[in-house]
Design a protein around this ligand. Structure first.
Ligand SMILES: Cc1cc2nc3c(=O)[nH]c(=O)nc-3n(C[C@H](O)[C@H](O)[C@H](O)COP(=O)(O)OP(=O)(O)OC[C@H]3O[C@@H](n4cnc5c(N)ncnc54)[C@H](O)[C@@H]3O)c2cc1C
Length: 495
């Protein structure tokens, strides 16, 4: 049931897919692409634009999995955090990889125009918010992104974040003014249309059941016909299966689910006044307002294929936790899809052996990274551009099979639990600081009132509260224990 939605809704544009025939007779092409998701279609479009004859074989329908069921946020970067990327490949290569990820963003921006894909619903701005109070870390990251990685970013203080997202759950934020969002379903069908216009042929309902890689011309077998090609691009994501099981086994399939709510009225703009996408730094929640008064919200994940409807309660609870004023929101539609997560967090882009290419493992960052794959692979086959080698350090690593899935699920549960515990701690600290500030304000006020009579003594920070005792008899030359001398007045007014 992956990649399905429970009902149509007006808030999100769901473009209908024209039916494309299955492969009915044998064919000979330059390039055969397996899989008509974002990755396969981008490779096909780019290769056809460069003059190759291309056939795309899709086992089901265009975009039936993750590519037709995502939130449409387009940002630079990869699943692997930037600091880990530098550690893994060094600063210079990390910069080059990051530049490719920005190129991927620009590719989607140039493709997702009203002229090329009508109804694409382009809007700008994305905010990455922190669930914990980590101002210093954030400033370091901002500097690195802006100065070393040429990415336009703004740091938002807690107050600014909370002025547009009315929840105590979020602290600082990084605003990407040039990130954007689009209607995901329109985009994948638009890509298919553009690939077809460029000359590629797309066949649906045509699963590839086996491939003979030997020889210069490779042979591809489908239930109804055979195909011969000089190059094969495997863009089947986690469903590739039989043609190269060992490749599928290098991906941990993670099913991610999202909800589109019913219209929520004015209450929504009071809770969420940011028009772009919001993601949290732990990768748990991802949401945005669509159609003016609906929420599109992705959060729950499983390592097995569940019916999206079963996760609607989880999304409702999550929204109510983050924005209690919204309460239990009515859900209009649930959808989801399987993303392929690699062990190292980077996509699989490159040549496995002569004429055999891979474009998969895009995780939750599929729009910009599949665009990179499409361009690099097409240009390498047709122009000899070898920049895909930047991805070579990220080898195909076995994801651990069933044990890996169980472990993946446990790690995900643990990470979500740890993130929520860190959030609780951050909010507790914030509450304690606010309480301390209020106490100081009261103290300063009391001092003002006390005027020339002297200031009220401030208890040392962290002093234990002790129950009041009956005062001991006082001598005339002793200062009053609860009224300090003028020289001890606490400086400053209320904070
Ligand atoms: C809820 C959700 C929200 C997301 N939000 C975002 C977002 O906002 N931004 C972002 O960048 N990314 C997002 N993603 C991630 C993004 O959707 C994926 O990374 C991307 O769609 C993966 O594309 P793909 O082409 O690799 O895979 P797929 O979409 O899985 O396409 C692969 C295709 O290959 C076909 N196939 C497989 N094996 C065979 C075979 N043997 N023969 C023929 N055909 C075969 C399959 O049928 C499938 O159609 C989200 C994902 C989900 C689930």
């Amino acid at each position: 049931m992956t990649g399905t939605s429970t009902s149509a809704a007006d808030g999100l544009n769901r473009g209908a897919s024209p039916f494309r025939e299955r492969l009915g007779s044998d064919l000979d092409v330059d390039i055969c692409v397996v899989g008509a998701g974002l990755a396969g279609l981008t490779v096909a479009r780019e290769a056809a634009r460069l003059g190759a004859s291309v056939a795309v074989l899709e086992g089901r329908q265009i975009g039936w999995n993750a590519s037709g069921h995502h939130l449409g946020t387009v940002m630079p970067g990869f699943g692997l955090p930037i600091a880990d990327l530098i550690e893994r490949v060094g600063f210079d290569d990390a910069r080059e990889l990051w530049a490719l990820s920005r190129e991927g963003v620009e590719y989607v921006r140039a493709t997702a125009t009203e002229e090329l894909i009508p109804g694409i619903g382009y809007s700008e701005g994305a905010l990455e918010v922190s669930n914990v109070d980590v101002g210093e870390t954030l400033i370091g990251r901002l500097q690195m992104l802006a100065e070393d990685f040429s990415t336009e970013v703004e740091g938002w203080q807690v107050d600014r974040v909370r002025s547009v997202l009315r929840t105590r759950r979020y602290f600082h934020g990084i605003h990407y003014p040039k990130a954007f969002q689009i209607d995901g379903r329109r985009y994948v069908h638009g890509l298919a249309e553009l690939a077809t216009r460029a000359g590629a042929r797309i066949f649906e309902d045509t699963p590839v059941v086996s491939i003979d890689f030997s020889g210069i011309r490779k042979r591809i077998v489908t239930p109804s016909a055979k195909l011969r090609a000089g190059h094969i691009v495997l863009a089947g994501n986690v469903h590739l299966g039989a043609p190269l099981k060992r490749l599928s086994d290098t991906l941990l399939p993670v099913w991610r689910y999202a909800a589109l709510t019913e219209p929520l009225g004015e209450g929504l703009s009071e809770a969420v006044a940011f028009s772009g996408s919001v993601t949290d730094s732990d990768g748990i929640d991802h949401f945005r307002v669509v159609g003016g008064d609906r929420l599109l919200w992705a959060s729950p994940e499983t390592t097995w294929d569940a019916r999206p409807q079963r996760l609607s309660g989880a999304v409702q609870r999550r929204i109510a936790t983050m924005f209690p004023k919204l309460g239990k929101v009515p859900i209009a539609e649930m959808f989801g899809g399987a993303v392929g997560v690699t062990v190292h967090g980077m996509p699989q882009i490159g040549q496995l052996r002569r004429g055999l290419w891979v474009a998969s493992g895009f995780g939750r960052h599929g729009l910009n990274t599949s665009a990179i794959a499409g361009q690099l692979i097409a240009r390498s086959i047709l122009w000899g551009d070898d920049r895909w080698r930047l991805f070579s350090p990220f080898e195909l690593v076995w994801a651990g099979g069933t044990t890996g899935r169980v472990a993946g699920h446990l790690i995900s549960l643990w990470a979500r639990g740890a993130s929520s515990a860190a959030g609780v701690l951050a909010r507790y600290r914030e509450g304690a600081r606010a309480k301390e500030r209020r106490r100081e304000a009261r103290l300063a006020e009391a001092n003002l009132k006390a005027g020339t009579r002297g200031a009220v003594r401030r208890p040392p920070p962290g002093a234990a509260r002790v129950p009041p005792r009956a005062p001991a008899p006082m001598r005339d030359d002793e200062p009053h224990p609860h009224i300090s001398q003028e020289s001890e007045r606490i400086p400053g007014g209320p904070v």
